[in-house]
Design a protein around this ligand. Sequence first.
Ligand SMILES: NC(=O)CC[C@H](N)C(=O)O
Length: 372
Amino acid sequence: MENTSNKAILLLEDGTIFEGKAAGFIGTTTGEICFNTGMTGYQEIFTDPSYYGQILVATTSHIGNYGVSDKEVESDQVNISGLVCKKFSDMYSRAAATSSLQEYFESQKIVAISDVDTRALVRYIRDKGAMNAIISSENMSIEELKSQLKEVPSMEGLELSSKVCTKDTYYYGEESASNKVAVLDFGVKKNILRCLAERDCYLKVFPMDATFEEIMSWNPDGFMLSNGPGDPSVMTKQIATVKQISAAGLPVFGICLGHQILALSAGLTTSKMFNGHRGCNHPVINVETGKGEITSQNHGFVVNMDAAENDSNITVTHKHLNDNTLAGLRFNDRAVFSVQYHPEASPGPHDSRYLFDNFVANIVKSKSKIIA
Ligand SMILES: NC(=O)CC[C@H](N)C(=O)O
């Protein structure tokens, strides 16, 4: 059934329908539905590679009102598969903006639906848990959309990093910097690279299937394991490479998917959460210092707490204060640590930036030991 109005439909896997208005590119899109509670930073969210394959519901009521800017991207493309929002602004107001969100979505073929009761939708998903969904602004036949939706694979068991990670190695930062960090790219956010380069690090970014030998031949001083989309438990090859990396005796820092892969490489397990954590005001406690941190988060899987707490070589360093899930860990016998959240968060919060300082301090310490 062709759409002759500007109507759009959001259909959830369990048959629930939300109606709204077409925004962005006119078309049909599918993915796992999730919600982000951040009040700002929509362009950084849309371009975060960890959102690949997901339909995002923005709980903040205005999207598009400050336009988009070439400088506020976490990667070179929009990675969400679609957007659901309340008000999709036709107008934007900001001197630094380079175009409107509508133009940006049209150019990247991103389908959106606006004028949805996002409060009701989020409450619904929160009660029912993560599920797949389809948005269409071109086809109004519920039966056709239902059969298209049935073909969409579940996020559980899905490897998605290969869709977004670099295909070729590249360098980032100043070659004259004091520290060489090898970044294993599972879908890295640009701000992770910026945070390291700002701290006197020269980076070589490797594709996710790079071997340990290839990475070591660059002679790095430390390793960054990046964020990324999909289910970490099926990334067998990367888990094995990370096991070799963490045994190399050099400092390692893992963020989000990198944290999960590091945990799996140590024999811990991960599970799919009923609802993920996505927003920029997630409270975490640093168990070792007793200090609270407000963090930006975006994850749908989590490292299981019990096995981590019972592992004699692992210390759980951070916990999420809303649900007590594992938010950070370190190895007891080496300078290897990781967090489930985003210390590189842009536009913020910046409470956890100290983790980059700790990582670089570990590198400096490890180099001085090697020289001594
Ligand atoms: N931001 C990330 O790296 C996300 C990790 C993983 N894909 C998850 O959803 O839990």
